[in-house]
Design a protein around this ligand. Structure first.
Ligand code: TXA
Ligand code: MG
Length: 356
């Protein structure tokens, strides 16, 4: 096997760990590896993260090279205690305290003005920093054991669907991470909501595990401001939000509107006749309605948004593994967790939307 010298390399060890009662020795070892400059992939309630000591410039560089991530895409700093926030960010707006009280630990990331102590490669040269306190015992204890804030993007190869299991992490990063902590499947399944508090009028840059509607209780004016690169609207404040993202190898097509299901079936038939291997990603309800008919390959996303979020990236990876050429999906409602699911599907589809 030829080694890719541009990637961070390591002999990966995978350690099984109880999500609720993590073994102290495993946590201590992993914390020490982080402190020494290594990379540890760990579970959070959203997706698995690829962690490094956020204060160690060279360890953070290794995150980028392990993932094949462009250095222009900043990473989130993870903390285990609110007291750590003042080491990472400055000029905190008053509203943050109420938001922390309501949503931390949890799937909400704040963009704030950065403190000088955070290396510039963490923030991709910007004067703002992303911070989050994850709601997972393994993540929290790992950060405590490391004794430093932990920089962590999702633990996937750049532009691949985010990992919701340790198997996904290994599929993408085996040989490029020191330790993978395997605590099973992540609870939420889509990444955190990113709220930019560094500007006078806060906006959501990425919908995620905390619904926009929940934030609006505290910030009535807040909206999701899509800024996919490839759209001409505005300069992107979140450099990582390229439209091509979360992409499986298969082409994803998103169907919208009242005729979506019929159109999906017709399209599936046409593509199959052209010799393509086609799969439908469907909700349980849509699937029930179709069960009597001859169907192409089907992956059920489950009965509601929460299950859908949990199964989405798993489904995309699963269908890729089966060598599917085209994945046809019905667009979800853009509310609650549905907004995050919509956003991830839109990126997976690289903008291929069919209005019916
Ligand atoms: O749930 C999550 O947020 C997971 C887990 C591991 O915590 N992390 C995650 O990280 O999704 P990542 O790197 O895959 O996505 C972070 C996003 C990127 O789109 C990045 O561009 C954006 O956050 N971001 C980071 N720092 C930023 C900053 N200073 N300003 C604007 N966007 C920022
Ligand atoms: Mg990511």
């Amino acid at each position: 096997m030829t080694k890719d010298k541009t990637r961070y390399s390591a002999d990966t060890i995978t350690l099984k760990i109880d999500p609720d009662e993590p073994t102290p020795e495993i946590i201590a070892l992993s914390g020490a590896v982080l402190r020494a400059g290594g990379l540890v992939a760990f579970p959070t309630e959203t997706v698995y993260g690829l962690g490094a000591n956020a204060l160690d410039t060279s360890a953070v560089d290794h995150i980028f090279s392990a993932k094949g991530r462009p250095s222009s895409d900043p990473v989130i700093v993870h903390i285990a205690d609110v007291a750590q926030l003042s080491d990472i960010a400055i000029d905190l707006p008053d509203v943050i305290h109420r938001l922390i009280g309501a949503f931390w630990p949890g799937a909400l990331t704040f963009i704030l003005k950065k403190s000088p102590s955070i290396p510039l490669n963490v923030t991709a040269g910007q004067q703002t920093v992303a911070v989050r306190m994850p709601d997972h015992p393994v993540a929290l204890r790992l950060i405590q054991a490391a004794g430093v804030p932990v920089a962590a993007p999702s633990a996937n190869r750049f532009s691949r669907p985010s990992p919701t299991s340790a198997t996904h992490v290994l599929d993408d990063l085996e040989g490029h991470v020191d330790i993978v902590l395997n605590a099973g499947i992540t609870r939420i399944g889509v990444e955190s909501t990113i709220l930019d508090l560094s500007r006078p009028d806060p906006v959501v840059l990425r919908p995620g595990g905390v619904p926009l509607e929940a934030l609006q209780t505290y910030l009535p004016q807040v909206v999701f401001q899509p800024h996919y690169l490839g759209e001409t609207v505005n300069a992107a404040p979140s450099p990582g939000t390229l439209l091509k993202h979360y992409s499986p190898d298969a082409q994803v097509w998103l169907f919208k509107g009242p005729g979506a299901l019929d159109c999906m079936l017709q399209t599936a038939e046409r593509l199959q006749n052209e010799g393509q291997k086609v799969a439908l990603l469907l909700s349980e309800a849509d699937l029930q309605g179709l069960s009597a008919m001859a169907l192409p390959m089907v992956f059920s996303l489950g009965k509601d948004e929460a299950v859908m979020a949990r199964r989405l990236f798993f489904g995309l990876r699963e269908l890729d593994a089966q060598g599917v050429d085209a994945i046809l999906v019905r667009a979800p409602q853009q509310q609650g967790l549905g907004l995050a699911i919509w956003d991830r599907l839109l990126r997976a589809a690289e903008g291929r939307i069919i209005e019916t």
